[in-house]
Design a protein around this ligand. Structure first.
Ligand SMILES: [Mn+2]
Length: 364
């Protein structure tokens, strides 16, 4: 693969922005987590400042969620969006990507997931963190990446707090200590203040997934960041924390350990479909040198899974993509320290056997 140069891509990005006008109808599709939401907010706000017009559609997307994908494609068509922004989603990992199903004049992708294919073309401005930073791409979170990019074409320095939330959401504080500290100082707030936004976003994502677009506009239209913390979404926090704590506590008793290959398997049934990444993040933070795989059995015949390995000794994105080979209707992707995917339920055993076999080979 020929790596595109940073300078050439920056020029392409600036051209995309210069061409924007108030006649454009812009759709934004973002990953359904905190970094996804915050990068979509930064992009949406920047677009509004550049064109005087808000995006016409902003919707979340979680890998493999076909319902969400159909909804997004239908909305984009219905609102006659002519330009598409995709943030914090590795659309190059799957051939049947969302972008291919929409017709658009131009598409801008801002992402930091693993690079599978350079999609740059006349129509697509494809910006991967890999092209822009020497840091680990997983740490150049989409929110900070979008913040740095759009700040070159319009002043969005007041959106620094959103970039910070994305950084915390993707657990990349280590890479951005000075930036986060500077933001906290400038705004006279605390880390706790930033984490409160993160918990609020997580609560909505987990307990009331369908309300993510509503939360987006709550953030978008807030006069002051703290208004969001006092919004009606606040009441979802308790419900979220209770279920998360129950599942984190269950790990000690129910997880299966494979000490020789530093692996844990933990299968859960949860009240909420999207809780697994928050559960595994907490478990993994306490065990940074273990490979942790969490399987969530869904009522409708699918198993979703997440994997974590903080020290990156095992690259869990590669581990998962390797483990689903030969399993029909399966998908997997993500970052070296954090990845996810799903398979049909009847293949759960094969998936486990594959994981163990791959790791046993690696540890030999
Ligand atoms: Mn991200």
């Amino acid at each position: 693969m020929i790596m595109a140069s940073k300078a050439a891509l920056e020029k392409k990005f600036k051209e995309f922005c210069t061409e924007l006008s108030k006649n454009d109808k812009i759709a934004i599709i973002h990953h359904s987590d905190a970094d996804g939401l915050c990068s979509a907010l930064i992009a949406g706000k920047a677009i509004e400042r550049l064109t005087g017009r808000k995006p016409v559609v902003v919707l979340p997307y979680e890998y493999g969620n076909i319902k969400q994908e159909r909804k997004a494609v239908a909305q984009i068509k219905k609102k006659k969006a002519n330009k598409l922004l995709v943030v914090d989603l590795g659309i190059d990992s799957s051939l049947h990507s969302l972008a291919e199903k929409c017709s658009f004049e131009k598409c801008l992708v801002i992402d930091h997931h693993k690079l599978y294919k350079d999609l740059n073309s006349k129509k697509i401005v494809f910006l991967k963190a890999q092209f822009f930073t020497k840091k680990k791409p997983s740490a150049y979170v989409a929110s900070k990446f979008a913040f740095d990019l759009f700040n070159k074409v319009t002043d969005i320095s007041d959106l620094d707090w959103l970039a910070c939330i994305g950084i915390l959401g993707d657990m990349s504080l280590d890479a951005w200590q000075p930036f986060v500290k500077k933001t906290i100082k400038k705004r006279n707030v605390s880390m706790t203040w930033l984490y409160r936004f993160l918990d609020l976003i997580a609560s909505v994502e987990v307990v009331a997934n369908k309300k993510i677009p509503e939360l987006y506009w709550e953030f978008f239209d807030a006069k002051h960041p703290s208004d969001v913390l006092e919004s009606k979404f606040h009441k979802l926090l308790n419900e979220f924390t209770k279920e998360k704590d129950r599942l984190v506590e269950g790990f000690a008793e129910k997880a299966k350990q494979f000490p020789e290959i530093e692996l844990y398997f933990y299968a859960i049934k949860a009240r909420y479909e999207n809780i697994k990444s928050y559960v595994i993040n907490e478990i993994s933070e306490m065990r940074p040198h273990k490979t942790i795989i969490l399987l969530q059995f869904l009522p409708k015949g699918r198993v979703r899974f997440s994997a974590r390995r903080q020290d990156c000794k095992v690259k869990v994105n590669d581990l998962l993509t390797e483990a689903i080979k030969g399993i029909p209707n399966s998908n997997a992707g993500g970052h070296a320290p954090a990845a996810a995917g799903s398979i049909p339920r009847q293949h759960a055993k094969k998936f486990k056997t594959n994981i163990i076999a791959i790791l046993e080979k690696e540890y030999k």
